[in-house]
Every structure is written in C-alpha cells, then in structure tokens.
Design a protein around this ligand. Sequence first.
Ligand SMILES: Nc1ncnc2c1ncn2[C@@H]1O[C@H](COP(=O)(O)OP(=O)(O)OP(=O)(O)O)[C@@H](O)[C@H]1O
Ligand SMILES: [Mg+2]
Length: 244
Amino acid sequence: MLRILNLETGYGRLRVLKGVSLHVSSGEIVTLIGANGAGKSTLLSCVAGVVRPWAGEVVLNGRPITGLPPEQVVASGCSLSPEGRQVFGPMTVRENLLMGGYVRRGERGREETEAALEEVYGLFEVLRQRRDQLAGTLSGGEQQMLAIGRALMARPRLVMMDEPSLGIAPRVVQMIYETLPELKRRGMTLLLVEQNARAALRVADRGYVLETGQIVCEGDSEELLGNREVQRAYLGKDYRRIDE
Ligand SMILES: Nc1ncnc2c1ncn2[C@@H]1O[C@H](COP(=O)(O)OP(=O)(O)OP(=O)(O)O)[C@@H](O)[C@H]1O
Ligand SMILES: [Mg+2]
C-alpha cells in the first residue's frame, strides 16, 4: 500500500529525516513511535505533500507520489489527520467535514458526499449531534474526532493519524482507539504516529521506532511491547527490574 524508501527531508539547513524506509501493507495498522522531535510529524507531512522531500521515494499503491502537492496525495487515496487537529474553528462541524471531501468533490455527486458524511457520523455519533456547532467550541476530544472524520471524508484507503491521543482525556482516547479496528474492518489501512507507545502498540499489527530521523527498531507489536529498549525508552518501564 505505502512504501517509503530512503526518505530525507528537513527545514532550511536542518536535516530531520536521515534516510527513512518503511512500508505499510494493505489492511495493516502500523505505528510509528518516537520521542519529541524525532521527526514523526515531519515524516507524515512529507508523505502528505506538506513538506518537500530532499531525497528518497514515496510509493502509494504502486504509484510514485514523491513530492506531489497535498491535494494530489489526497486524490491518490491517502489522507492525514494532523497533529494538533487543526480544525477550522469558525466553521461548523459539518462544514469542516465537507472540506475534507472537497478534493474529491469533482468526481462525486451529492449523494456520495452525504454517504461519506453518514459514515463519519456512524463512527462518531457526537459529530452528528454537533454538526451545526462551530468547531472551535468543541472539546479537545471532539475536535480530534472531527479531524479524523475530516480525513475520512475523502474516502482514503490509507489514513495517517498524527498523535490522536495528544492532550485528550483517557476515556476519550480509549473511544478513539476503539474506532481504529473498525476502520480496518471498513477496509482502511492505518499509519499511526504516537508518543503514547503503549496505546499504539496495543492496537497496531506492527511498529517502527524513529530516533532522531532514523528507524532504529521495527517488529510486530507484541515483539516491540516485549522489547527491553522499547520498554525503557517508550513504555515507562525501568529495565532494571527486580525480577531480572
Ligand atoms: N516548520 C518547521 N520549521 C523548522 N523546524 C521544524 C519545523 N517543524 C519541525 N521542525 C523541527 O524538526 C524536528 C522534528 O520535528 P517533528 O515535529 O517532525 O517531530 P515529532 O517526532 O513529530 O515530535 P513530537 O512528538 O513533539 O510531535 C524538530 O527538531 C523540530 O524542531
Ligand atoms: Mg509530532
């Protein structure tokens, strides 16, 4: 589904990604974990066409999309739910969702847009209840659901989510995480970026660990959850446990 090969990029003279390679197969949930500033958001932004790659290749469904502008990446079937949600505050929930489907509007009639809306409302009932409320007045958790819903409106095959648990109450995080297997059942493939490594690895099939712009570790979620280095650095477990 998605193949990233030796991707390099950065900002000005700052090199952030130093040759990152990873892949996500169709139907998988893959997580990318790493500390603050490791380059996780930069990686997603680069795939999404928001940050230009310096070198390397991004292939989506066998088609190179390296360096394409965001609207073409979305049209190719890959949507991003960005870090910090970035909903349009002065617009209503419904208008925000319609913006997410905008790129594909040309290929679609009203009926299909309504169907996409209905799918999102089915996933997050609260968005239906609040469809005429201004997005800026939603709670953080509701805004996160809206950001995900907006990404889904383009009917992507691959959804990239950047820290959906950031700054949200545990109860809502759990609710959002429960929708991820549902998205998988609906035929979507997910690339999930998280600092909350435990939550991400519990729901994911596989994971990669990014450290200062390089993949340092990869494996099945079970494997990573059991990995001492990963536990020590990302799961808040002291590796010098008494039972060792
Ligand atoms: N727009 C920008 N301009 C300049 N430098 C940036 C920009 N965005 C990110 N950076 C820098 O790039 C590096 C990687 O940032 P990035 O946001 O990709 O990390 P991250 O892994 O997503 O971190 P976090 O977990 O805090 O979200 C950091 O050193 C950051 O300061
Ligand atoms: Mg980030």
